[in-house]
Design a protein around this ligand. Sequence first.
Ligand SMILES: [Zn+2]
Length: 152
Amino acid sequence: MDWQKIVIHHTASPTEVQRSGKNVPVDAAMLREWHRTKGWSDIGYHFVIMPDGRCEEGRPLYRPGAHCNVGRRNHIGIGVCLVGNFSETEVPEAQINGLVTKVLQLMKAFKMSIEVVELHRDVPEAATECPGRYFPVDVFKKKLKEQNDAIR
Ligand SMILES: [Zn+2]
């Protein structure tokens, strides 16, 4: 794969669902199950950021994703997804921090600059609000820039 972009998403789902009367977290395993139910081969995202900031592995990076069907992003873009619906609620600070950490790792691993990081809705021709209207884009970009400058 020739990764040139990092595309940020949200699941637009609750962070927990009920299974047999118990609350279980929406995580990479559950998203994999949901996406396979749609007939996909695997979870569509490469990484999943949990509400507490932990990162779970999704689809392996040697395979194209299934997270953005315009602008060739499935082939050139690493898909990173936050669990939650940020059209309805705010993103927990721990989750933003976890996202920043993961994105910095990916930028470093693939020698990408900060300009490659984009929100799903900012991909040309993408008709979506993803990752949600409450996604704190200014805070995210500020933290990313600060930490990126700090490791140079
Ligand atoms: Zn998205």
